[in-house]
Write a protein that binds this ligand. Structure first.
Ligand code: C5P
Length: 232
């Protein structure tokens, strides 16, 4: 499995995301399209970025009744994205339905990964707001195990949880980890965070990096720094 840096393109217009991607001349970063850009520009933005030669992680975090998720995943599989996701919180019935919907007639499908607990969620909040009274780590591992049982390819989790996910679900089970900051960065609203170098040490397969790259004075240099710390 190739390690890579996925750039979270959290922009609200096509003009902004294209201006951002135009800055990258030599490399074609793996791009994450999230709700903000997708809701603003629709499916066409996925096709356009794909046509420019980028791999795409479509981060729409589906969570609904199994039938709705199955049908929605079927639509997403037609978009030719490389990776998409859902909330493991939606249950194994929902994850089974998602796998069914995502798989094309020829048996191929984009990678499917499950969000365990958002990296902005602390254990205190999980307890007070979600009434989940287990330790956060235990919840993440349980959700990861459920995702693996449903045949998903991996989970989104904090880099701090990546090593244990591999212990519980196997080395081949992917960990895609947001919550990455350079040592000298602002933390923002993220809680369970590490640096790219630390994420590598902890065994993440992909790091998802948004603001440390998109808001940097020199985004290409920030991206290259991530590649140096995480991949090279
Ligand atoms: O700007 P920042 O590096 O915090 O961006 C992280 C990205 O990863 C955002 O697009 C956010 O939606 C996404 N994400 C996350 N935590 C998860 C799943 C996705 O931060 N558990």
């Amino acid at each position: 499995m190739g390690k890579d840096v996925i750039v979270a393109c959290d922009f609200s217009s096509k003009a902004d995301v294209m201006a951002f991607l135009d800055r990258f001349s030599s490399r074609k970063p793996f791009v994450k399209i999230g709700m903000e850009l997708f809701y603003a520009e629709g499916a066409e933005i996925v096709r356009e970025i794909k046509a420019r030669g980028h791999k795409i992680f479509l981060d729409l975090k589906l969570c609904d009744i199994p039938n709705t998720v199955k049908k929605s995943m079927h639509v997403l599989s037609g978009l030719d994205v490389d990776m998409c996701n859902l909330h493991a919180f939606g249950t194994k019935a929902m994850m089974d339905a998602a796998m069914e919907g995502l798989t094309r007639e020829d048996g191929t499908r984009p990678m499917l990964i499950a969000v365990t607990q958002l990296t902005s969620t602390s254990e205190e909040r999980m307890k007070s707001d979600l009434l989940i009274n287990e330790p956060l780590e235990k919840v993440v591992m349980h959700y990861a195990k459920c995702a693996a049982q449903c045949g998903l390819d991996g989970v989104v989790c904090s880099p701090l949880e990546a090593r244990n996910v591999k212990v519980v679900c196997g080395e081949g089970f992917m960990t895609v980890t947001p919550g990455v900051r350079f040592a000298d960065d602002d933390v923002g609203d993220q809680v369970r965070i590490t640096t790219p170098a630390k994420a590598k040490e902890l065994g993440s397969d992909y790091i998802v990096v948004g603001r440390p790259i998109t808001q940097a004075a020199d985004p290409v240099a920030a991206y290259e720094r991530c590649i140096r710390e995480f991949v090279d």
